[in-house]
Design a protein around this ligand. Sequence first.
Ligand SMILES: [Fe+2]
Length: 203
Amino acid sequence: MEVLELFPTEVFVFENTAVDNTQLVEYLQTLDNVEIKKSTTLSILVDLRKHDQFKDLFLWFDQCLDEVKTHMKYDCDELTITNSWFNVALTGYSMHQNVHRHSMSLLSAVYYLTEGSPTVFEDPVIHRTQAQLEVLRHGYNPFYSSDAKPGKLVIFPSWMYHSSMPHIGSNNRYIISFNCLPSGKINYNLATDSKAHIRIVND
Ligand SMILES: [Fe+2]
């Protein structure tokens, strides 16, 4: 029997062992006068790319995105980070993120600065998870759990629904998240009409 794995979903995992994540978290704890969105976790809406302490880390993010672009054979000049923020799940409150996706974005990412609760990705083939007549299968789980490990970066399609489990660790959980869009000349080689020339302005 031949088995065709049709239309798989690609999620990219990178690891950076050179980053001093503890030092970065200590810096984040000093930030004040920042906008905080209080949801199930604290979302601190600060553009970390503009902070020298994060310059090297964001350069590495750009390199990872370039690797993804090459792997995916995207017909565009670049994948450009459009916005970023960091989330804190305080210890003792079972803080979590509800299921969501990221709009106005092609690829999104989570970078773990600390250990903590995992990120959970949902099987995007909803037809097989919402079937009225579902026959359960041994070894099949419609959720993928990505462990939080300092230095780990996961880049995923922005349309992919995900959440984070309630954080029950003894320390606060810190993650950085970002979105990206294709930029420059897009689809110029593969399309005649479905193309665009886009410049991302980060203000
Ligand atoms: Fe998210």
